[in-house]
Design a protein around this ligand. Structure first.
Ligand SMILES: [Zn+2]
Length: 285
């Protein structure tokens, strides 16, 4: 089977899974390479992985869906999800399904999926990698903010490439308030901020361009590097706060590893010395 035929099979199977899931009222969402594809039109990357997430509530119906479509499935205790396979033309189609949370092996970090993403689902067109394939499947895809978190969370260079592609094609589309809430709630602030710093360094040093070329067979222009750096900067969660100490002319600035977020989406932290609740950011965004 050629890569083109494999992709055609994958997309056909994806369409079947989506249609059958609708009938059984369960709500899988695409993550991984095909979710990235849904948000990138110009910078496509071939992928043969079909990665999905479901909520625990939908697990029974989703397994019934897979069975009906001829998949073998088995629980994957390592990542708390399900692996499903189906033989097609001497090859094996593979599905990775995460349940309620996504665990990343490279960083050993977990992203608990926010419940609301399964309720307010967005169908997006998934364009084939090959120009010759004309079938465009519309599938429910994880929101851009959650996808970025999943990509930023890992230490794999492929995910760094995906992050850069997502930011280049959606520089203004990320809902920063929603993104912040998700990162803070998942207690990933420190980890994600460190990953953003690491990717910025790779972009600055030119290493990201080399990796990009290896995966995408094109060059990253200096303008693209600049755009990606600017977009990344916006994703840094502020961790320095100003404490309103009244009896001192000097402002007390302190740093926290884990800022909190209130119902309005404002970040805050408790000053460890003065026990004030501090809302004012040292570096206003
Ligand atoms: Zn203080």
């Amino acid at each position: 089977m050629t890569l083109e035929e494999l992709e055609q099979e994958l997309l056909r199977n994806l369409a079947q899974i989506i249609a059958r899931s609708e009938e059984l009222e369960c709500h899988p969402l695409l993550i991984g390479g095909y979710a990235v594809r849904a948000y990138t039109k110009k910078r496509k990357r071939f992928t043969e992985d079909l990665d999905l997430v479901i909520s625990r509530h939908d697990q029974g119906n989703f397994i019934a869906t897979l069975k009906a479509l001829g998949y073998e499935y088995r629980p994957e205790t390592a990542f708390g999800g399900i692996k499903a396979t189906k033989p097609v033309a001497g090859q094996s189609l593979e599905l990775h399904i995460s349940v309620d949370k996504v665990w990343d092996i490279s960083s050993d970090k977990t992203y608990p999926l926010p419940e609301d993403i399964f309720v307010s689902r967005q169908l997006r067109p998934i364009e084939p990698y090959s120009e010759r394939l004309k079938t465009i499947v519309r599938a429910p895809v994880i929101p851009l903010e959650d996808l970025l978190i999943l990509k930023l969370m890992t230490l794999r260079e492929l995910d760094t490439i995906d992050t850069i592609a997502l930011l280049l094609e959606n520089p203004e589309q990320v809902n920063i308030a929603s993104y912040r809430r998700k990162v803070v709630t998942a207690e990933l602030t420190q980890h994600i901020n460190a990953r953003i710093e690491a990717i910025s360094q790779l972009l600055k040093s030119g290493q990201a361009s080399e990796v990009w070329k290896r995966y995408m067979s094109t060059d990253l222009s200096s303008r693209e590097i600049e755009t990606a750096m600017t977009a990344l900067k916006k994703l840094v969660i502020p961790t320095e706060f100003i404490c309103p100490t009244s009896n001192s002319p000097q402002k007390h600035v302190f740093k926290t590893d884990a800022p909190r977020i209130d119902n309005l989406g404002n970040l805050y932290a408790f000053c460890p010395i003065h026990t004030y609740t501090c809302y004012e950011l040292a570096v206003p965004s």
